[in-house]
Ligand binder design. Structure first.
Ligand code: ATP
Ligand code: MG
Length: 299
């Protein structure tokens, strides 16, 4: 095969995978993004961060969004979370148009966003009590969630006493405690070291298997997207538009030894074809600044 020809191997699915996708598409649509657009006022005229993004995400589906830096991934998830408003299109949760933040949509950010002055247990309780739950009920619920994310022993600890991975587990418990319909995650494992990140990915799949929640997960790590996702929404930059929606042909349950399977590698090759040419263009435009004196070159 000509190596520069676009590869179609990633489209090939085992019968069990095709059947799984058929069942998935029969499930109700929980989150619908309908021709969503977002323009910002820039110095040199309007910046089209998102243009005409449409996608229907089914109950208990896990969709990853990838794309080059600046293609509008965070803008998209912030709009879905209700932290920003679209300049075009709409968003529906369970068939109803939705605007502004709501407990039906939980969010986990990349940075550690726990309240440092509250204990782990109190961090998870906070949103529940704000939502009107009694202190006793919130405490009970918080402890249930901390058990699910494996942090029962740390309920009285403060965020500063936890590792990065543990902080993100608390953030996941906090986002899931109000029973949201949709869990929105913007590069939640981006700041973690490779080993902790791999553990957190496996952990997330385990949590998701036990919870009735639909997940939209942003990453720029191709392996992470393939390992986690049912489908991958690939965006392109300037303007941020849908490039392709890929059904991941790697069977579930996912395991670490699938990273080298033919399906995994074919999907990764396709994602590289879609994303890397644009990264090359961006690198060529960078101004080169010499930081070492001439003569100290080690090349
Ligand atoms: N508040 C804002 N005002 C003006 N422009 C903005 C604003 N927020 C985002 N943008 C622009 O919109 C585009 C998309 O930004 P966004 O942060 O959504 O990208 P991203 O895909 O999340 O990038 P990254 O991978 O670096 O996190 C960029 O061109 C950015 O400069
Ligand atoms: Mg971002």
């Amino acid at each position: 095969m000509n190596s520069s020809a676009p590869s179609a191997d990633y489209l090939r699915q085992a019968p069990a995978v095709t059947e799984r996708f058929q069942r998935l598409k029969e499930r109700p649509v929980v989150l619908e993004i309908d021709r969503l657009g977002r323009q910002f006022a820039g110095k040199n005229g309007p910046v089209v961060a998102l243009k005409n993004i449409s996608l229907k995400i089914h109950r208990r589906e896990l969709v990853c969004v990838i794309g080059p830096s600046g293609c509008g991934k965070s803008t998209l998830i912030r709009i879905i979370a209700g932290l920003d408003a679209p300049t075009g299109g709409r968003m529906l949760v369970d068939g109803k148009e939705s605007r502004g933040p709501s407990p039906e949509r939980g969010m986990v950010f990349q940075g550690y966003t726990l309240f440092p002055w509250l204990t782990v247990k109190q961090n998870v309780m906070f949103g529940l009590e704000m939502g009107g739950m009694s202190q006793n009920a919130a405490e009970g619920k918080s402890l249930e969630w901390l058990k699910l994310v494996g942090l029962t022993q740390f309920e009285e600890s403060y965020p500063a006493q936890l590792s990065g991975g543990m902080k993100q587990r608390v953030a996941i418990a906090r986002a899931l405690a109000p029973n949201p319909r949709v869990l929105l995650m913007d590069e939640p494992f981006g700041a973690l070291d490779a080993q902790t990140r791999a553990q957190m990915q496996a952990h997330l799949l385990e949590i998701w298997r036990n919870v009735d929640v639909t997940i939209l997960f942003i990453t720029h790590d191709l392996d992470e997207a393939i390992y986690l996702a049912d489908r991958i929404l690939v965006l392109k930059a300037h303007p941020g538009e849908v490039q392709e929606v890929i059904e991941v042909s790697v069977p579930r349950p996912r395991r670490a030894d699938q990273f080298n399977s033919p399906e995994f590698l074919a999907t990764k090759r396709r994602l590289e074809e879609l994303i890397h040419p644009r990264i090359d263009v961006a690198v060529e435009k960078l101004p080169i600044v010499r930081l070492t004196p001439v003569g100290d070159d080690v090349e």
